[in-house]
Design a protein around this ligand. Structure first.
Ligand SMILES: Nc1ncnc2c1ncn2[C@@H]1O[C@H](COP(=O)(O)OP(=O)(O)OP(=O)(O)O)[C@@H](O)[C@H]1O
Ligand SMILES: [Mg+2]
Length: 262
């Protein structure tokens, strides 16, 4: 199989997360789609996209307490509402990719994945492998899933990405978000925060990595880094708000954000 790259598009980039509005950042999303398309023309790789939720997912998930397990019937309605909202976002992402000439298709996590205490324990990938092999671009997302312990739970895109990277033997993971990488403290709260070019198990302890300044039920930046650090595969957190960086990263350029490797 050709080399596989997994690209996560953060909800902070593709939606109006800062304003807490379940709307897409249309211009930014379309620009990113054309960067992906440009890179795919120049380099032969397989690509899987996973996108985050922004307010499309985090807001209804919080409203119905889906991140704290199943306790009452009202949450069943919340499951349907939250999933539907994520499907709407997924369709908009796929529309943008297809407009740029990419053969993208939805890959719905809740129809195949199972969590146990918020950890992904089952996610068959045979279909996914076939889809990638013929050159399609599967687009998955953070979703509401069955949880064997808690009834229901949230599968964060940040949890799905390292899981799939390992299982599908990806060569590289790129996390595109709304900041330039990982800083020694949250750059949104501290103007003097310094960008950390590399994170490994030695320097992680000295950094103050927060959650998210916006509604985020899945642990924000802190969880992202923790999960990526456990992965044997190199990952890099880059800004998708800076034009050109997504394309550069897909073309194999490194050290344009924060590189994470054990
Ligand atoms: N030390 C840090 N370095 C960089 N960003 C940090 C740090 N601590 C906290 N953050 C925050 O993490 C945010 C990104 O995480 P967040 O989960 O909001 O984005 P996302 O994953 O792109 O969105 P989504 O979860 O909707 O997919 C940044 O906007 C920043 O404010
Ligand atoms: Mg997040």
């Amino acid at each position: 199989m050709t080399e596989l790259i997994i690209l996560k598009l953060g909800g902070s980039v593709i939606t109006k997360k800062k304003e807490d509005k379940a709307e897409i950042n249309e211009e930014v999303l379309q620009r990113i789609a054309s960067e992906i398309s440009g890179a795919m023309k120049e380099r032969k790789v397989s690509l899987m996209v996973v996108h985050g939720a922004g307010p499309f997912g985090h807001v209804p998930a919080r409203e119905y307490g889906l991140d704290t397990g199943l306790r009452d019937n009202r949450q069943v309605k919340g499951f349907s509402i939250t999933h539907h909202s994520m499907e709407r976002l997924n369709l908009l992402v796929i529309d943008a990719l297809r407009k740029s000439g990419l053969n993208a298709i939805e890959f719905q996590p809740s129809s195949v994945g199972i969590l146990k205490n918020e950890k992904l324990v089952h996610f068959p990938t045979r279909a996914l492998e076939g889809i990638l092999r013929i050159g399609l671009i599967p687009v998955a997302y953070g979703d509401v899933l069955m949880d064997e312990e808690k009834g229901v739970g949230i599968l964060s895109g940040d949890h799905l990405v390292p899981y799939l990277a390992k299982k599908l033997n990806a060569s590289r993971v790129i996390i595109a978000t709304d900041v330039a990488g990982i800083f020694d403290s949250d750059p949104k709260g501290n103007r003097n925060a310094r960008l950390i070019p590399r994170i490994n198990s030695e320097n992680i302890g000295a950094l103050s990595i927060g959650n998210s300044t916006t509604t985020d039920v899945t642990g924000g930046m802190q969880r992202k880094v923790r999960e990526l650090l456990n992965l044997e595969i190199e990952s890099e957190i880059i800004s998708a708000l800076e034009p050109g960086l997504v394309k550069k990263a897909l073309l194999g350029e490194r050290n344009i954000g924060t590189v994470i490797r054990k």
